[in-house]
Design a protein around this ligand. Structure first.
Ligand SMILES: [Zn+2]
Ligand SMILES: [Zn+2]
Length: 489
């Protein structure tokens, strides 16, 4: 039997923090509770756990670590090495507070309890955590995905399903942020964002993007530095200090980034740079560093906003606060928005000489969507699946999928609840569902190309087919059947 207590399930804004009882120990999975007494009291007043494991450095997973560490300084905290470096940017934590664990290698952190990390995509350093209780005749396994994404982003390779195949955990604790929504490909959405920004600048507008300081901010910056619409372009990009701090830490983490980024970094700085266009600089230097060629400052608008007359791009934290060190015109501009709920997926475009900024939205997904999440689950084929990290509505959508609820025992715990998970020793793993895939035909003069969604690769049977790389197509009545060519002659 495994037990869980859910301090926070990331359902709304409470953050993720879960206590797992395994191998006679109490293990805390993430520590991201909001600074609200009702949420935190339980955690800080309980008996301290034996150890803490952090999946990744986003605030909703680690924001209560400083308070936890202050209350229980002797409880060890573990994460991947990159996550440790990112968490320790928090001035409330000393460097060395988090103990880094290597990727993939199984570590016995306590007698009869081993832990193994696998890259989860989503954010540099993000880990899927496998815990194994080795005390009984048959090991019991619990897999916590943290936040995960199969899609590659610029700075993080997506989760590789092959790595998880065969782990077959007894319990899978997985995030379901997007529910069953199917989303366009990340690359496509990146291109759309770059094209929209390009059009705004071309029409003389400046752009203000409120973004999460860790992850999305750097993704957008590296897109601007490397995308063909922007690389070499004479546009100034300004970033708030909090974003700049993470950018500087990312520069130190280059060896752990995808090889395309390592190559890019051979010739230029990734982020803060005024040698290769487009320049990225700290926002607080805006007034000192403006060059007469790029800016015609102090052009007064009807409401005395002093806006630059040449288009600029600004990235500021999504927080609803206005920093003293921002230029006056940014503060005046933000004052218009501080009362409204400007979301992190919104951006503001504004024209110089007018006082009527407009908002637009953009979306760069960084979690598995409704097409890929079931694939992850079918590859693991656990006895129990626990969904967290999403609204109740989104998680219920997943729980209603026949492919899932006919095969696995599904749970959607609410914050403050406990869950007991009986493990059947002779559980036979269910057969995989027969998914059908929709593709597209493209006719050219000489051939016909069939394109299928890349999720098809998630099936364990794909490898055999792709190793040979040949298919045969045969009409059966009005139906065209595609088959892998057999290797036997
Ligand atoms: Zn996250
Ligand atoms: Zn999260």
């Amino acid at each position: 039997m495994l037990h869980c207590f859910f301090y926070g399930t990331g359902r709304s804004d409470e953050g993720v923090c879960i206590e797992l009882q395994i191998a006679g120990y109490r293990v805390l999975l993430d520590c991201g509770l909001r600074d609200r007494p009702d949420l935190r009291q339980g955690l800080l007043q309980a008996e301290p756990p034996d150890l803490v494991l952090c999946s990744h450095a986003h605030a909703d997973h680690v924001r209560s670590l400083p308070a936890f560490h202050e209350a229980f300084p002797l409880v060890p905290i573990y994460s991947s090495d990159v996550t440790a470096d990112l968490i320790e940017l928090d001035p409330a934590l000393n460097s060395g507070t988090i103990e880094p664990l290597p990727w993939r290698s199984s570590q016995e952190l306590l007698p009869n309890l081993t832990v193994q990390l696998f890259p989860a995509g989503h954010l540099p350093g993000a880990a899927i955590i496998l815990l194994t209780d080795t005390s009984g005749d048959r090991p019991q396994t619990f897999l916590y995905t943290g936040d995960l994404s199969l899609a590659n982003s610029r700075l993080t390779d997506g989760l590789k399903l092959e790595e998880l195949r065969g782990l077959s955990p007894d319990v899978l604790l997985i995030e379901g942020t997007y529910g069953t929504d199917r989303l366009p490909h990340r690359r496509q959405l990146e291109t759309q964002l770059m094209e929209k920004l390009d059009r705004a600048l071309e029409s003389g507008q400046s752009v203000l993007l409120p973004v999460p300081v860790l992850g999305l901010a750097q993704e957008i910056l590296i897109l601007l530095r490397s995308h063909h619409l922007f690389s070499g372009r004479s546009v100034n990009i300004w970033v708030d200090e909090a974003i700049a701090t993470v950018c500087e830490q990312y520069e130190r983490l280059i060896p752990s980034f995808p090889s395309s980024i390592q190559n890019f970094a051979r010739y230029q700085a990734l982020f803060l740079d005024t040698t290769i266009r487009p320049w990225i600089q700290r926002l607080e230097q805006f007034e000192q560093l403006q060059s007469p060629n790029d800016l015609t400052p102090n052009s007064l608008t009807p409401n005395s906003l002093t806006l630059p007359s040449v288009p600029q791009i600004l990235l500021i934290p999504e927080l609803d606060s206005i920093e003293d060190n921002w230029p006056t015109w940014v503060r005046s501009l933000m004052q218009q928005w501080s009362t409204t709920d400007l979301r992190s997926s919104d951006w503001v475009v504004f024209m110089p000489h007018t006082d009527s900024p407009e908002t637009e939205t953009y979306f760069l997904p960084d979690h598995c969507d409704g097409a890929t999440l079931p694939q992850v689950i079918h590859n693991l084929r656990p006895q129990h699946v626990i969904f967290i990290h999403g609204t109740e509505e989104k998680l219920l959508q997943l729980a209603e999928l026949d492919d899932l609820n006919s095969r696995y025992k599904l749970h959607i715990p609410s914050p403050g609840s406990a869950l007991e998970l009986p493990i059947a020793p002779n559980f036979s793993r269910p057969a995989l569902p027969d998914v059908s895939y929709e593709g597209e035909l493209v006719e050219t003069e000489t051939e016909v190309l069939l394109s299928l969604p890349s999720e098809i690769k998630a099936d364990p049977r794909w490898k055999k087919l792709s190793d040979l790389g040949m298919v045969s197509a045969q009409w059966q009545g009005n139906t065209l059947v595609i088959r892998g060519l057999s290797q036997t002659p």
